[in-house]
Design a protein around this ligand. Sequence first.
Ligand SMILES: [Zn+2]
Ligand SMILES: [Zn+2]
Length: 340
Amino acid sequence: MKQLQLFAPRDLRLVEAECPAPAKGEALVRIESCGICTLEQRLFSGAMKIYYPIVPGHEAAGVVEEVGAGSITALKPGDTVSLDLVYRCGECYWCRNGQSNHCANRFAKGIRPLGGFSQHIMVGTRQCFQLLAGIPTREACFAEPLACCIHSLRKASLKIGEDLLVVGAGPMGLLHALAGRKMGARVFVADPLQERRLLAERLGADFTLDPAIPLKEQLMAPTGGRGVDVAVVTAPVSEVLREAAMAVRKGGRVTAYSAYSDTFDLPVDANYLHRSEVSVFGVEGRTERDFQVAVKLISTRQVDISPLISAEFRLEEFDQAMEMAGRPDQIRVLFDLKES
Ligand SMILES: [Zn+2]
Ligand SMILES: [Zn+2]
């Protein structure tokens, strides 16, 4: 089978690897689609290192080819599945506390995380989330990022009828907008790029904002002078978090969703937090529960994923794919492994 292995920053190679056989509790999955997320771009640039060589890719979906003999699972060959490619041990404090996104053993020695840039992958059966037959894997591979957004909005306790501001209309911002609409919120999306604002509108955002004008100013009239209930910041730009914190109502909630490339002090006046009762908090990853909800939304076609797909490449075209994935005029670039 063909796979992409990263040997060092910017040294990605197409390699012929042996296809493993599944043991009890494992499944062999033929991957059909895998997204190129920020994590892969950071691995590729060297901004992030796990180990070398590594097969990147954590937004993958495919078809079960074989299930290990003696496995206790409903999975069978031919099932379409989204893959949760982050290892969770199930035994540490965090896993047992319902916070497997913080599993202490996610990157323990011997764990081989990611692996989606490969024609086949061996995973634990519990890492496979089944979709209804006929759901395209190019949409199913969005279960992972959608699950992160569901996790984020749950943490912000978003409720039906509330106003949600999403700052940044990249893939994560747009998925927050989709999930927010589904949760019953009125959704405002802010992004400096007009094409992204138009896409947000096409996906169902109620209002779009150009952050050239202070967000608070623009949000006062439509929210009765109070500000939005929840703001999610998906753009790793300093000052934006501060702007978002000022744009929520008294008692509002602000989520720092984005990862920041450097340490970044919270630029918010503590007295303002004290008086306004605004909460600012971080979110990271997702749990199995979030993943299951994301899979259900995609599997039952309750969210329209396809407008988020900017381009699809074969594994052989990895140079072009990685270059394109980093461009701000792209939303999500995928590998189409059926064609590789
Ligand atoms: Zn991702
Ligand atoms: Zn754990």
